[in-house]
Design a protein around this ligand. Structure first.
Ligand code: ADP
Ligand code: F6P
Length: 466
């Protein structure tokens, strides 16, 4: 394969291998924020993306996406269980999200995590041209920076963590904490969503590695590793132009009509993940119905929950609980032809998502912990006027930027109920002021600004080679 001057290394490729109903193999956009965000900036950049196309076994040859070359990595079923579903998504994912579900420490998974990280590092080393920039993404590949540095000391290495980095007392629980910290600090620049994460890593590097740690740089083994916060964003222009398409506008009208033109629409869009606070939200909504403070004849909830990590036990259990609860709420409060909640456990294409965002009166985004939450930003970008309210968890990275949302602590169900009512009853002038401020913010802080800021800083961090 030809070499590139910019190489992105992420667990997932931006395309997902999907089996169509007729058994044929088709490609569609990968789920989740990371793939969408990076795809937007790389589409027109000569670069190579090393990643997994989402199926088990030998990876098929993939077409280029414009100027972006795709280097597919295959995963065996054992690797999928040990590396992806195991160490990445049953150990690191819950631990990094405040342990809202208990992390599992299974000693069998580490070897798999390490060997898959090694294969990703080798693939990156193979496709990086001399002096290239290699940008490694997220918790799945935390060992890659150090492994790659050993293979290719000539390249500049960036690492960006899309999820939160936990407080030291939680990170200290990890049996492999030293390897994971050293792995990440193999980079020249380590980027996070929030400044607190850089602070946590500086403290841990000092304590565990004997490094000299400050919030913007860590000195380890004579090397300086820069750190900092670079809040990720979305392609605002793309979402805006999508939202103005006649199909999307027409679809939004159709949806409004089908949901009941006179009704207030509460919308949530999540991967079906226990960090997203879906159960807390359902409890709040159901209690408002029970207490008669929201009536089915006046309001309806739409919960989109795209399937995610379905072989992981916690995710299966969550899906069962959510589906039972939706059934219970509809059974108790719905009327013939008039459900209290529409529950959609399916992927949507971007145009239909944009139409849904336009349909909502109140967008309800209540993660218990989230690195950023791009759905909140997509909602703001998709609105074509100054209507609509955003109820947003304080524990999403996005809350630090979208301060004009109706901020809420989702653990406080009574507070959540009051905030939902407040947002539903808000004065249009207040909503307009809030929406304008949020729109202004995301317009200047879009995905292109994020990539520019990160890559400029990474260039400054490039070690001077003799
Ligand atoms: P995470 O990265 O944890 O999944 P984010 O909110 O940052 O959370 O990103 C989720 C991304 O997945 C958004 O870009 C959103 O549009 C997309 N998404 C969410 N639900 C669906 C769905 N049902 N179909 C297609 N894409 C979805
Ligand atoms: O945002 C965190 C993240 O793990 C991303 O890396 C990914 O885009 C998204 O969640 C979806 O998860 P998965 O790749 O496991 O489907």
């Amino acid at each position: 394969m030809r070499q590139s001057s910019l190489v992105v290394v992420a667990n997932r490729l931006p395309l997902d291998d999907n089996i169509a109903p007729d058994g044929a193999c088709e490609w569609r956009r990968s789920p989740g924020g990371l793939a969408g965000a990076l795809h937007a900036i790389l589409e027109q950049t000569p670069a190579t993306w090393v990643g997994w196309p989402g199926a088990i076994g030998e990876a098929a040859r993939l077409p280029d996406l414009g100027t972006l070359r795709l280097r597919p990595m295959s995963l065996t079923d054992d690797e999928l269980r040990g590396y992806y579903e195991g160490f990445a998504n049953s150990t690191l994912w819950p631990l990094y999200h405040d342990a809202v579900e208990p992390p599992v420490f299974d000693r069998g998974w580490w070897e798999s995590y390490r060997s898959v990280n090694r294969r990703f590092a080798e693939a990156a080393a193979e496709v990086a041209e001399p002096g290239a920039t290699v940008w490694v993404q997220d918790y799945h590949l935390q060992l890659v920076p150090q492994l790659l540095r050993e293979l290719r000391p000539d390249v500049v290495i960036g690492f960006f963590l899309h999820v939160p980095f936990p407080p030291p007392e939680l990170f200290m629980q990890l049996p492999r904490r030293i390897e994971l910290l050293r792995g990440m600090l193999g980079a020249d620049l380590v980027g996070f969503q929030r400044p607190q994460a850089a602070h946590n890593v500086a403290q841990l590097a000092t304590k565990l590695l004997g490094a000299h740690g400050a919030d913007d740089a860590i000195t380890l083994d004579g090397r300086v590793i820069r750190t900092g916060a670079f809040p990720v964003s979305i392609d605002v222009a793309e979402m805006r132009s999508l939202s103005a398409r006649p199909y999307v506008v027409g679809q939004a009208h159709r949806l409004r009509h089908d949901l009941g033109s006179h009704k207030r629409v509460l919308l949530s869009v999540d991967r079906l993940d226990y960090t997203k606070g879906i159960e807390h939200r359902l409890t709040a909504y159901s209690e408002l119905l029970r207490d008669g403070r929201i009536k089915v004849r006046d309001a309806v909830m739409v919960q989109v929950a795209v399937p995610s990590r379905e072989r992981v036990e916690n995710y299966r259990g969550l899906r069962d609980r959510i589906e039972r609860e939706v059934g219970r709420i509809n059974g108790e409060y719905g009327r013939v032809g008039e459900p209290a909640i529409h529950y959609l456990n399916q992927p949507f294409d971007r145009a239909d998502l944009a139409a849904l965002y336009q349909t909502a009166d109140v967008m309800v985004v209540t993660p218990l912990r989230d690195g950023m939450n791009l759905v909140a930003k997509e909602f703001v970008a998709a609105r074509r006027d100054d209507t609509g309210a955003l109820v947003l968890s304080e524990f999403a990275g996005a809350a630090a930027e979208l301060e004009d949302a109706f901020l809420v602590n989702p653990h406080d169900v009574d507070g959540l109920k009051e905030t939902l009512l407040h947002a539903l009853a808000a004065d249009p002038a207040e909503l307009a002021t809030r929406m304008k401020a949020m729109r202004d913010h995301i317009t200047t802080h879009d995905i292109h600004a994020w990539a520019r800021a990160y890559l400029t800083e990474l260039e400054l961090a490039r070690p001077l080679l003799s």
